[in-house]
Ligand binder design. Structure first.
Ligand SMILES: C[S@@+](CC[C@H](N)C(=O)[O-])C[C@H]1O[C@@H](n2cnc3c(N)ncnc32)[C@H](O)[C@@H]1O
Length: 304
């Protein structure tokens, strides 16, 4: 991939930094790329920039997030104008910019889930980390030291994302299993499901738990249709693994990609490298092996 891919907001869990590594494990081209757990769609954007697919399907259970992505792609100028309005009003808010975040958050939780409000909450919240409480309310706090991405900084990114995806991307907000039903041979499905440790949220409007057993069962369906797939799943840090292994009879190849130094360990005074696992379906693995750059820090850890 030449150059950095554009992005809409800094988003915790985004695969933007790892995208160039992950792309090496994807087929050089496919007719359609599907991202069932898109979040901010970092991999779709990176794949589009690298010319890997003719069309894209972006899906996430978080409906306001997908609505915002759709508007960013289809009507970027309108979204920028609306965002500018929400963003700049923090400076005129009588109780200050932090109180302004809480006021927008309250309005969002009361049903004003406009794309501009969603974008502002993402741009201003701590670490760009989307969090919803049990009742489905957005409950992440604001980053008190920052005002969130300025419209001037956002504009070139938003326009670049729109240029890459407009006219060839479908958006939806359904459970990932619905996307598996749509997938057919010739598609590439890239999955970044919620991290197992935080994925058991039930009764929530915008995100659900992803049960490991159900996820694995659904993978067999993709496998039976001969669909190519890649999964960012578990990983390890400082020699400790986390997340459950996918069953060996899926015959995926598992690689550990170097995701850099762990910020949490660094904070505690330790130098620990984090690795993220990437599982590659058995249908892809032999075709992509020659793409993998030797200089890249990766380890193939399992091949059945
Ligand atoms: C780890 S994040 C994906 C981050 C993404 N790779 C990015 O670059 O921004 C996982 C996403 O899965 C979504 N999700 C959770 N349960 C889901 C389900 N049952 N079906 C579809 N999406 C789901 C969450 O809303 C969340 O955005």
């Amino acid at each position: 991939m030449n150059g950095k891919a554009p992005h809409i907001v800094q988003y915790q869990g985004s695969k933007r930094i790892l995208a160039p590594q992950i792309l090496q494990y994807m087929p050089k081209s496919c007719s359609r790329m599907i991202e069932p757990f898109s979040g901010t769609a970092a991999m779709t954007i990176a794949a589009a920039m690298d010319g890997r697919a003719s069309s894209f399907m972006v899906n996430d259970l978080n409906a306001p997030l997908v609505k915002m992505l759709k508007e960013a792609v289809e009507r970027p100028t309108r979204l920028l104008r609306d965002y500018e309005h929400v963003w700049s009003s923090q400076f005129e808010f009588p109780e200050g910019h932090v109180a302004h975040f809480y006021a927008v958050r309250d309005r969002f939780n009361a049903g004003e889930t406009s794309s501009a409000n969603m974008l502002y909450l993402l741009a201003r919240c701590v670490k760009g980390s989307v969090r919803y409480g049990r009742g489905g309310n957005f409950n992440q706090s604001p980053d008190k030291r920052r005002h969130g991405t300025s419209p001037a900084k956002l504009a070139p990114n938003l326009l670049a994302v729109s240029k890459l995806l407009k006219g060839r991307t479908e958006f939806s907000s359904v459970d990932y299993r619905e996307m598996f039903k749509i997938a057919r041979k010739g598609d590439v499905v890239y999955m970044d499901p919620p991290y197992q440790g935080v994925s058991d949220v039930r009764d929530n409007r915008y995100c659900s738990g992803v049960s490991f057993a159900e996820f694995v069962e659904s993978l067999y369906e993709l496998e039976a249709k001969g669909v190519d797939y890649l999964i960012s799943y578990d990983g390890q840090c400082g020699g400790r693994g986390y997340g459950e292994e996918l069953p060996s009879d899926l015959k995926c190849r598992k690689y550990l990609l170097c995701a850099g130094l762990s910020t949490q360990a660094t904070f505690l005074g330790r130098r620990e490298v984090t690795y993220e696992a990437l599982y590659v379906s058995k249908s892809i693995a032999p075709r992509v092996e020659s793409n993998i750059c030797e200089q890249c820090e990766f380890q193939e850890v399992a091949s059945w």
